[in-house]
Design a protein around this ligand. Structure first.
Ligand SMILES: Nc1ncnc2c1ncn2[C@@H]1O[C@H](COP(=O)(O)OP(=O)(O)OP(=O)(O)O)[C@@H](O)[C@H]1O
Ligand SMILES: O=P(O)(O)OC[C@@]1(O)O[C@H](CO)[C@@H](O)[C@@H]1O
Length: 314
């Protein structure tokens, strides 16, 4: 069982438009409403591929009810932590060339008792978990060291903890020694506070985060695939570039693919890249199913080209 935690869940509304023009009225050509937040997406991707997942989710208000109802379409074991505040609504506007303009709300403030209840629910839900995934932003009211505290508590119980977050929460989490972190290109640049233009620079930055406490780094690089750095090895793998439809949640699908294939090493990286590539070719934040996956097309570079320039996001 893989346990995912989404401290700041969302209802994701993806609106497709012909072209986005600031200050204009747009008529949507399609709309998708899906349960969102990174941990929830990881859990959705896992169960869509027959891997058992439990999702811990704080949820309140009418939107909280809607989120739980949307989640009932998936065979996820949902652990709901009731809150007074409502679940946020995040909007992605997608143009035909797959350009995404994303509007994420901050999320409702969690009170101190709610934060304590969430932390206790996570610990209770995580006994016997093969991995616990702490994913996404923290809502207002929750301290930056929330994930760090959980990593310490879970590691004391020999649980493997994966973190996918950004900014101060990521920096605080590093020192607590997570099993794996999954930054994207932008989050990695932010973590080392410099631009990263080549594969070699990404690898150097990932090693720096290992020296700060992460046991491994899985960096997602959009159409340039992904880099995996652990204590002994470094790999770069990529799928043939697909015509993107929506990149929302592709990084979450990618992390799910990595964990579904064992959570370490070359084969897990191949699976991760295949799941990520499949996710970008699907609408909204739709997670891939077995028929969508093409792991045999993924190339693991036998020799890493450190000087290769990154092509940019999706
Ligand atoms: N155009 C593309 N063609 C092929 N594979 C892609 C493409 N875009 C993304 N991928 C795959 O999907 C993975 C995740 O993409 P990306 O780096 O954009 O994630 P992300 O920024 O973490 O996404 P999110 O935060 O929305 O979940 C990449 O590592 C890569 O394997
Ligand atoms: O605001 P956060 O927590 O950083 O990210 C939330 C979010 O953008 O991440 C997912 C895609 O990865 C979406 O489902 C969701 O809307």
């Amino acid at each position: 069982m893989i346990v995912t935690v989404t401290a700041n869940p969302s209802i994701d509304r993806t609106v497709e438009v012909a072209a986005l023009v600031r200050g204009s009225l747009h008529r949507a050509t399609a709309v998708h409403v899906q349960p969102g937040g990174k941990g929830i997406n990881v859990a959705r991707a896992l169960v869509c591929n027959g891997v058992k997942a439990r999702a811990v989710v704080p949820a309140g208000g009418a939107e909280g009810e809607q989120l739980i109802s949307l989640l009932s379409d998936y065979s996820i074991d949902v652990v709901r932590v009731p809150t007074l505040g409502t679940v946020r609504m995040n909007v992605s506007v997608i143009e035909p060339d797959a350009t995404v303009t994303k509007l994420n709300e901050p999320g409702a403030r969690l009170t101190e008792p709610e934060t304590t209840a969430l932390a206790d629910a996570i610990i209770n839900a995580s006994h016997n978990a093969s991995y616990v995934v702490l994913a996404g932003s923290l809502p207002p009211g929750v301290r930056d060291d929330f994930y760090a505290g959980l990593i310490t508590r879970l590691t004391d119980e020999d649980t493997q903890v994966v973190v996918d977050t950004s900014g101060p929460a990521l920096r605080a989490a590093l020192a607590a020694g997570p099993t794996l972190i999954k930054p994207n290109h932008h989050e990695l640049e932010e973590a080392v506070d410099r631009p990263l233009a080549t594969i070699g620079e990404v690898i150097e930055a990932a090693r720096e985060l290992c020296s700060l406490g992460a046991k491994a780094v899985l960096a997602s690089l959009g159409q340039d695939g992904a880099v995996l750095v652990d204590a002994t090895e470094t790999w770069h793998a990529e799928a043939p570039v697909v015509t993107a439809r929506s990149s929302v949640g592709a990084g979450d699908a990618m992390l799910a693919g990595f964990l579904a294939a064992g959570g370490k090493g070359r084969q897990a990286l191949v699976s991760a890249v295949a799941w990520g590539a499949a996710a970008v070719s699907l609408p909204g934040s739709t997670m891939p199913r077995p028929d969508d996956l093409r792991p045999h097309l993924v190339e693991v570079h036998p020799r890493i080209k450190a000087g290769r320039e990154l092509r940019g996001d999706n």
